[in-house]
Design a protein around this ligand. Structure first.
Ligand code: HAH
Length: 332
């Protein structure tokens, strides 16, 4: 007798949405898992600037539309990722036709046009947007990261993006999304940015905590401190890009062909501790999205070490539930 697996989305139905990053390929190759276990999706790459807007007068929505259609067919919620980011944005955006740098007002109107076009197209289909991604610096003593957006517009590029997004789709929830969200120095900067936006009346609904974690880092204590601090702002929290790497940040080894038994056990305990904590904060955390579905495809196969296999999810390369999945069933 084969028993049907308990669905992740029903396991956490009283807690938060359970999402996954998908691509036009994985909605086919991982379709069964996605449809069975998840009630939310995010486009891994297909809604990024360079993908939907490769040239000034050319938008290309075919791939993004496929994901929208998939969400619609299977009654999945959809998060939008992402509008303003220093990566995966084409150089033309910041240049005049002769190649010289654009000026502030011109870049602002291009930003507005992009946000208007994308949010209008997906009006009513995307309930939450990562409006600005990764604007805070990782360096001590520097607040905002250097980027073309900031160079040309100034520090207020962030609030402008949120203001344009609210005007384009007043119903969408607007998020600021970042990584290393529990590193104390960076956490405090993210908090400060959010606080100043709220104080100025900039429209923002939530913070996206990416959640690119590993077997040890960040500690549950650091996560707890960070969640408490962010939650004190009264904003919703989404875990937007969860994966639990088998390698610590400084571990750059490339010899492993499969996860060790010990790694799988540690990952299972880790996932249980993580979800136990997230459940404690379910009043604040309204969505938890994995940055993929199963171990046959993850961006971590190429980050931070190119071509090194990783196994960060609850389902293995053959889509079978791992120990990590089974441990979650023990949560009440
Ligand atoms: C995330 N950045 C991005 O938000 C997501 O769009 C991408 O698909 C994967 C990860 C994390 C990150 C990075 O890309 C480079 C350096 C540090 C962190």
């Amino acid at each position: 007798m084969t028993r049907k697996l308990k669905e992740l989305k029903s396991l956490f139905k009283d807690d938060f949405l359970i999402g996954a990053a998908v691509t036009p390929k994985t909605i086919d190759s991982q379709k069964e898992l996605i449809v069975q276990h998840f009630n939310s999706i995010t486009a891994e790459n297909e809604m990024k600037f360079e993908r939907v807007h490769p040239l000034e007068n050319q938008y290309s929505f075919e791939e993004a539309d496929k994901l929208i259609e998939f969400a619609n067919n299977h009654k999945l919620q959809m998060r939008g990722h992402t509008l303003v980011w220093h990566n995966q944005t084409p150089p033309w955006m910041f240049e005049q036709s002769d190649g010289s740098e654009l000026e502030r007002e011109a870049l602002l109107s291009r930003m507005k046009a992009h946000i208007d076009t994308v949010l209008n197209r997906y009006y009513g289909k995307i309930y939450a947007w990562d409006v600005v991604n990764e604007a805070i610096s990782d360096s001590d003593g520097q607040f905002l990261r250097d980027s073309k957006w900031r160079d040309i517009i100034g520090d207020d590029f962030i609030e402008k993006a949120f203001t344009y997004a609210r005007a384009a789709d007043p119903n969408a929830l607007l998020f600021y999304n970042d990584y290393n969200e529990f590193v104390p120095e960076k956490r405090d900067k993210i908090y400060q940015l959010m606080k100043s936006m709220i104080d100025k009346g900039v429209p923002i609904d939530g913070i996206g905590l990416q959640g690119h974690w590993n077997l040890e880092y960040p500690s549950i204590d650091l996560m707890k401190e960070g969640i408490e601090k962010y939650a004190s702002l009264g904003l919703q929290l989404h875990i937007t890009e969860l994966d639990v790497s088998m390698f610590l940040h400084e571990d750059k080894r490339t010899d492993l062909q499969a996860p060790t038994k010990e790694m799988l056990e540690l990952q299972a305990i880790r996932y249980k501790e993580i979800f136990s904590l997230l459940k404690e904060y379910r009043k604040h955390i309204t969505s938890v999205t994995f940055w993929g579905v199963a171990d046959d495809y993850t961006w971590l196969d190429n980050f931070p070490v190119r071509g090194r296999k990783n196994w960060p999810f609850l389902f293995d390369q053959f889509h079978k539930p791992k120990q990590s999945y089974h441990e979650l069933l023990k949560l009440n």
